[in-house]
Design a protein around this ligand. Sequence first.
Ligand code: PLP
Length: 427
Amino acid sequence: MDHFELRDGVLHCEEVPLADIAAAVGTPVYVYSTGTIERHARVFREAVAATGDPLIAYAVKANPNAAVLATLARAGFGADVVSGGELQRARAAGVAADKIVFSGVGKTEEEMALACMAGIYQFNLESEPEAEALSEVAVRLGRRAPVAFRINPDVDAGTHAKISTGKSENKFGIPEARALAAYRRASALPGLEVQGIAVHIGSQLMRLEPLERAFAKIGALIGELRAAGCDIRVADLGGGLGVPYDPAQEPPPSPAEYGAMVARVARDWDVRLVFEPGRVIVGNAGALVTRVVRVKEGAGDPFVIVDAGMNDLMRPSLYDAWHNIRAVAPRGNKVSANVVGPVCETGDTFATGRSMDDVLPGDLVAFMTAGAYAATMASTYNSRPLTPEVMVSGNRWAVVRDRQTVEALIRADRMPPWLSEAQQETE
Ligand code: PLP
C-alpha cells in the first residue's frame, strides 16, 4: 500500500500533485511519502511484535536521506549500517547509538574505531580476521566491542544473483562449519564481547521458505554454541522481504506472514531478535518524477526519451529491475513503447516493449517504487548532477536534498600544478 494515487486525473503524493513539485523543483526529482514510510514502519513493528522486544534496525543503504532516517528514528527504529558514512548519517539524523548494528565485509580500522567510540549495539563480524582486527582496535580504545558472527547458511534466496548473499560462493559471512571455532577464538579475544549471531540471505525475497530454512540453521547453531559455552543473547535475522514492483504479479509475503513465520521458528531461542528491513519500509514510498524530452521513432516501438537516466535510477541497468511507469496526467490511451534515458549507454533503458500510458514530449512520467536502492545509487555519469529529493507529508512538502549543480561538479575537480601553471602562462 502506498500514498501515490490519481486525484482529479493527476498523480498525487499524499495531497500534493506531483506536477506542482516538478514545476517548482524541476525534473528529474525523487519524491517520498512520509505517510507510506510511517505506515510501513508501523505494519512491520506490529508484524514482529509477537517475537518479544526486537530491535528493528532500518537498513540505511536502502535510502540514507536524513529526512527518511529521522522519520524512522522518530518511529523508534534503529539502523543497520555498512560504513562509517552510514553510521555518521544515522547518528546525525537522531538514531541512538545503542540501536545501531554494523554489517559489511570490509570494515576498516577507522570505521571500527568510530563505531566503538559511538557505543553501538552490535558489530556483525563477517570473518575471523575481522574479529582479530576489531579486538585490537577495541583494546587500543579501552573498550569491549559487542559482536555477532554473520553466518552464511548456503541457502539460495531465489532472488536476482546480484542481490543474493547467503550462498556459499557469496562473499558474506562465515560457513556454519567454521562457526564453533570462530566463536571459541572470538570469546578468548580481550576486546570482544560475544553476544549474538546474524544472518541475511538476500534482498527482494518473494518467498518465505528460503528464509525459514536459513533461520532453522541459525536456531540449531544457537543450541550448539550455547552447549560449547557461548552466551548467545541476540539473533539478527537481517532484512530481505520483497515489495511488489509489478502490480500484475503475485505479491511477496506480507510482513504479517513473515512475522508469524519468525515467531514460530524462533519460539524457543530465548534471544532478543534484531531485524534489518530496508526495501519493505521505503521501497514503494518513493517515485522518480521525470519529463519526456522527446519521442523518437524506433524500428518497432517508439523510444520515449525521458530526462532521468541510468545514473539517476540504476536498478534497471544493474538488476534488470522492473518499475511501473505511469503518466502523471494520463490521457486514457495506452501504447507500447521503449522508455530510455539520455545517457550514452544502451543499458540506459528503463523498459522495452512496455504497455504504458501514451505520453507526449513535455509530459511528466513517474517511475514507481523508487524509494529503495534508487537515489542512493545515483552517480554523476555523463556529468549529470545528482537528482534532488523531496519529502511530502499531507499537504506539505520540502526539498530534502538539493539538486547538485554543475558548478559543484567542476569545483570538486583539482588541476595538477603542471596544468594550472601552463594555463596561467597562456593567459
Ligand atoms: N541487512 C544486510 C546485511 C543487507 O546486506 C541488506 C541488503 O541487502 C539488508 C539488511 C536490507 O535488505 P532489504 O532492503 O532487502 O530488506
